[in-house]
Design a protein around this ligand. Structure first.
Ligand SMILES: Cc1ncc(COP(=O)(O)O)c(C=O)c1O
Length: 358
């Protein structure tokens, strides 16, 4: 039987594939090591019992957006919520990308920027980060001059390197670029500086969008909830490309209730940061090249220990420990990325790493 043809441009593309393998210790997708507090779960179940199942959800997710606006000291009509920050990124690409338009990424970085932009038929221009995985000012200025990008993705802290971006780079991007500057702060609670600060001022830029997610520090990857803080004029534009009633009632409840447990979220961030220091130190003592991180993961290079990255990844998997193998990505030879887990998961990881290089 004849198969209908998919779009020409999709034929050469791959889908997202981070292996979902059944293992004892899963440290490959930067999730939180623990679930939200029991009180969250009780409050959530109580409210879910009252959901109007036969009615569409509040299309504008007004209450959730008001709560997020209060958290960030912005207006509710500066908040757009979606099914994970990936859907926010897709909405941005549908609004500002598309055929004949250009998006810029700073590599290595979160692979979905390029992927989502390309699926909207946007041209993607990649700029190299410097040796410390920071965005070089000259590279930023040059690409803005030569490409006049419609979209630019800054990731701070950057996945997979853990590098936080400086305020100076964000300011330069916003003041020089003619297009939208997206600062992805999926791991923003771990960093000292947040670009959201720029959006709660009277002189807020008209081109800056900051994305956040509930998947990481809020311990809610299973729910798929993310949002962005944007200038008010963009929200009606997003409404043109997003599907009606895209954010279900249950998710809106989960988000609102999660925000009541802000202190507990911050405690988790503090604990993970302590673990990050401990695990980084231990990896460095074992002889790995460890890159400084301001997120809930650490990238490290295995070659100084005489082992190829993929070989180490395989050896860890054989011990039922799953980390992210970045060694095949351009610019990241022999690099693996490990998400910080619970203390005992981290100990199991370190023990397995030690045995793998012995
Ligand atoms: C930098 C970055 N942005 C966005 C996402 C997507 O998050 P979400 O689960 O909100 O779609 C991830 C997930 O790993 C990420 O690392």
């Amino acid at each position: 039987m004849r198969r209908p043809l998919v779009r020409d441009d999709l034929r050469s593309m791959d889908g997202y594939h981070s292996p979902q393998v059944k293992v004892d210790v899963r440290l490959n997708t930067n999730e939180a090591p623990v679930a939200p507090p029991a009180e969250f779960q009780a409050a959530f179940l109580e409210e879910v019992a009252n959901v109007d199942w036969h009615r569409y959800p509040d299309r504008l997710a007004q209450s959730l957006r008001e709560d997020l606006a209060a958290l960030h000291q912005v207006e509710a009509d500066q908040i757009f919520v979606a099914n994970g920050s990936n859907e926010v990124l897709q909405t941005l690409c549908l609004t500002f990308g598309g055929h004949g338009r250009t998006a810029v990424t700073f590599e290595p970085t979160y692979a979905m920027y390029g992927q989502i932009a390309r699926t909207t038929q946007c041209r993607v221009v990649e700029v190299d980060r410097d040796e410390g995985f920071r965005i070089p000012m000259s590279g930023l200025e040059d690409v803005i001059t030569s490409e006049k990008p419609d979209l630019m993705f800054l990731c701070s802290p950057n996945n997979p390197t853990g590098t936080a971006e400086s305020e100076e780079i964000v300011e330069a991007a916003v003041s020089l670029s003619p297009g939208v500057v997206v600062v992805d702060e999926a791991y923003g609670q771990f960093a000292d500086f947040s670009a959201i600060e720029k959006l709660n001022q009277s002189s807020a830029p008209e081109s800056l969008v900051v994305t956040r997610t509930f998947s990481k520090t809020w311990s809610m990857a299973g729910v798929r909830l993310g949002y962005c803080v944007a200038p008010q004029w963009m929200l009606p534009e997003f409404e043109k490309v997003v599907l009606p009633y895209h954010l279900d009632s249950v998710k809106q409840i989960a988000g609102r209730i999660a925000l009541r447990f802000h202190d507990q979220m911050e405690q988790r961030v503090a604990q993970i940061s302590e673990e990050r220091q401990r695990v980084s130190d231990a990896l460095a003592r074992l002889g790995f090249d460890v890159f400084p991180s301001q997120a809930n993961f650490i990238m490290f290079r295995s070659s100084p220990c005489g082992l190829e990255g993929n070989e180490l990844w395989q050896r860890l998997l054989a011990k039922s420990i799953l980390v992210r193998d970045c060694s095949g990505w351009p610019r990241l030879s022999d690099c693996l990325r490990v998400t910080l887990g619970t203390e005992s998961e981290n100990n199991m990881f370190l023990e397995a790493v030690k045995e793998a290089i012995e």
